[in-house]
Ligand binder design. Structure first.
Ligand SMILES: [Zn+2]
Length: 275
């Protein structure tokens, strides 16, 4: 969509699979399987929707898909399925690696940071050489100091040789006019969401605060979340505002409904829209 000098669009790194029960936490299976049909291993298919925010002199990407730096075991776990990579999809949309000026990282998990780095002759280097990679200070801490519970969620190859490109934030910050990063916590301590305000319209990219449209209800919190009560209260707070002002909502992991608006705040029903 083009609006007031901005272009907003979604790119994709294909789909992958995660355990349906873990994705829906305390939500009973008969309820969540109405939205996502599990396979024989109880896994569900998720999207990797990357938001592109462009204006006259900036190109920002929000999160970077699942990437290609996996061994056989992880490939079997995640069952990545794609006809093209995020880099190929961006290129088809007219965006080359060198054009990108900003990468906003919602949090460090491997399904959000896949294309941060790529191999060049066996050496890892930043995939987007001219971009600042912006994340919360707490996120970098969580990446660098994992514990037994959090370690499997990271792929350390995604952060090798990246230090000189990383810019850290400590709380909410407007990065350029109209584009704000808001620290939400919840899923991880340093998790942030992205809010774009152009003209009289507001857009929000939730990252893993609300990963799919089926997670819209505040109590539908993933078992992966480290601070579930923070997820619950932050969702409630943001969705009240999003309903009042009819914000456009982006769902990173929804393979079908990537964009919607709230139709009702009591039932949290959505209306699908396209951008
Ligand atoms: Zn995720």
């Amino acid at each position: 969509m083009k609006i007031d000098g901005f272009v907003l669009l979604l790119a994709s790194d294909g789909t992958f699979k995660l355990d349906g029960g873990a994705m829906f936490g305390i939500v009973p299976k008969p309820v969540w399987e109405r939205y996502f049909k599990p396979d024989e291993r109880n896994k569900i298919t998720l999207g990797t929707n990357v938001l592109v925010i462009k204006n006259e002199n900036k190109v920002a990407l929000v999160d970077l898909g699942i990437g290609n730096k996996f061994d056989k075991k992880l490939e079997d776990i995640y069952e990545i399925n794609r006809t093209k990579t995020l880099l190929q999809d961006l290129s088809e949309k007219g965006i080359e690696r060198g054009d990108v000026t900003h990468i906003f990282i919602t949090h460090g998990h491997l399904d959000h940071t896949g294309w941060t780095t790529t191999y060049n002759h066996n050496e890892l280097e930043p995939t987007f050489p001219n971009a600042k990679y912006i994340m919360q200070e707490d996120t970098l801490k969580e990446i660098k100091e994992p514990n037994q519970k959090t370690k499997p969620n990271y792929n350390y190859l995604n952060f090798q040789n990246l230090d000189s490109h990383i810019e850290l934030l400590n709380g909410d910050e407007e990065i350029f006019p109209g584009v704000e990063l808001v620290k939400s916590g919840g899923h991880t301590k340093g998790h942030q969401v992205v809010i774009v305000r152009v003209g009289n319209k507001t857009f929000i990219y939730f990252g893993d605060l609300i990963p799919t449209s089926a997670h819209i209800k505040p109590a539908y919190v993933m078992a992966y979340d480290l601070y579930p009560m923070d997820t619950f209260s932050k969702k409630k707070e943001i969705l009240e505002k999003a309903y009042e002002e009819q914000w456009t909502l982006f769902f990173e992991h929804d393979p079908v409904t990537s964009t919607a608006q709230l139709a009702d705040i009591e039932s949290y029903s959505l209306k699908k829209i396209s951008i």
